[in-house]
Ligand binder design. Structure first.
Ligand SMILES: [Zn+2]
Length: 389
């Protein structure tokens, strides 16, 4: 097969330049948005690795006066955003390059938002019409370049930022946080270790799957989610076992963008639980969703059996029933090395009650097909800790 099939320009949901080698258009993309001095925001672990070094060199070669900001935690917090805003202002920057995994992309988008605001970041939490408080003119332009295939944050209009004083993850939202230009170059993801490939890929699956099952009316998102799930089914195992396979990597990076595009339709119980657990235990977001997935599916069974059966048939599973789909999820998790219980990743039931409360308060809970109570969420969580499916 030819990798040329992955080269394309899309204008939905934003301007997307897809294809191998397209990172070389990074400087052009910045200039197109009027940047002369972008702040490149990336994960600390990536700073010395080829994707960042090359991207930085591309900007320098094009006479952009680019600087690097890497002070970001795995679950980025308000302090990280404030530090980034200072770096942006002190360096006289005029735009943001968001380059990295979900943490870097989310932090970068929040920094781009906050460089032009006078209020606290928490005033822009995605509640009611808080986003109308934003001075939209002040938002810096953003070029986004993902280096993992999972969060799809490059095509999202929000960032998940941890309020470190209250140990809670908050969704910060404004339509203009959607990067104006996205570069999807799967070659940047080839260096990702299998474990991260698996955890982030399962996050992409959970976005597509929760969006697909959410009860809100959004047929366009529904269609995107369906095909996104198929791409994960057909290509995640290969991306994990052979990280250098550019076809698998290309299909996964698109599946990831599709997941985040689809979840404008809503997320659900996996994310409603993963957000508080990430805030309380500082655990990898994708890994949490991957472990939680079958427990939440099972708890939702009565509400989703019909749509899951349709999905199972689209995926051409041998057993096209709900159980057949659940077994496929369990099989996929095993194939890519995801543990079966939360206890295997160091989480116990000590805070079950609190987790239940936080899950019902999480904005993602609104998209779950069943409105679970705090004790129902606590019970799903407890089963996931004990591996009791
Ligand atoms: Zn997610």
């Amino acid at each position: 097969m030819s990798l040329d099939q992955f080269t394309a320009n899309w204008n939905y949901p934003t301007s997307v330049r897809s294809g191998i080698g397209r990172i070389h258009e990074l400087a052009d993309a910045c200039k197109e948005l009027g940047m002369t001095s972008p702040l490149m925001i990336t994960d600390p672990g990536l700073a010395s690795l080829p994707p960042v070094k090359n991207a930085f060199q591309i900007c320098m070669n094009a006479d952009l006066s680019c600087k690097l900001f890497t002070n970001i935690k795995g679950n980025p917090n308000g302090r990280n955003v404030a530090d980034g805003v200072n770096a942006f202002k002190n360096g006289d920057h005029d735009g943001v390059i968001a380059l990295g995994g979900g943490s870097a992309l989310d932090a970068a988008k929040a920094i781009a938002l906050m460089v032009g605001q006078k209020r606290s970041i928490w005033d822009f939490e995605d509640v009611g019409d808080n986003w109308l408080r934003v001075n939209a003119e002040g938002i810096a332009p953003i070029v986004a370049v993902p280096t993992t295939a999972g969060t799809g944050s490059e095509v999202g209009r929000a960032s998940v930022i941890t309020d470190e004083e209250n140990y809670v993850k908050k969704i910060i939202f404004h339509p203009k946080m959607l990067p104006e230009i996205v570069i999807l170059d799967a070659e940047l993801t080839t260096g990702l270790p299998g474990k991260i490939t698996a955890a982030t890929g399962m996050d992409a699956l959970s976005h597509n799957l929760e969006a697909y099952c959410s009860p809100f009316y959004h047929p366009m998102a529904q269609g995107i989610a369906l095909e996104g799930i198929r791409l994960v089914k057909d290509f995640l195992p290969l991306a994990v076992t052979d990280g250098s396979d550019l076809e698998a990597r290309s299909q996964m990076i698109v599946a990831s963008s599709m997941g985040a595009t689809a979840f404008q339709k809503g997320l659900g119980g996996m994310h409603a639980l993963a957000h508080p657990l990430g805030a309380l235990y500082d655990t990898h977001h994708g890994l949490l969703n991957a472990v939680l997935m079958p427990y939440v599916l099972k708890a939702n069974r009565e509400a989703i059996e019909g749509c899951i059966t349709r999905l199972a048939n689209y995926l051409q599973l041998e057993d096209g029933s709900f159980d057949g789909f659940l077994n496929w999820v369990l099989e996929l998790r095993k194939t890519v090395g995801i543990p079966h219980s939360l206890s295997e990743i160091g989480i116990d039931t000590a805070q079950a009650e609190k987790v239940g409360v936080m899950a019902t308060e999480d904005p993602s809970a609104g998209g779950n097909p069943i409105t679970f109570t705090t004790s129902q969420y606590a019970s799903i969580f407890t089963k996931a800790v004990n591996g009791d499916l």
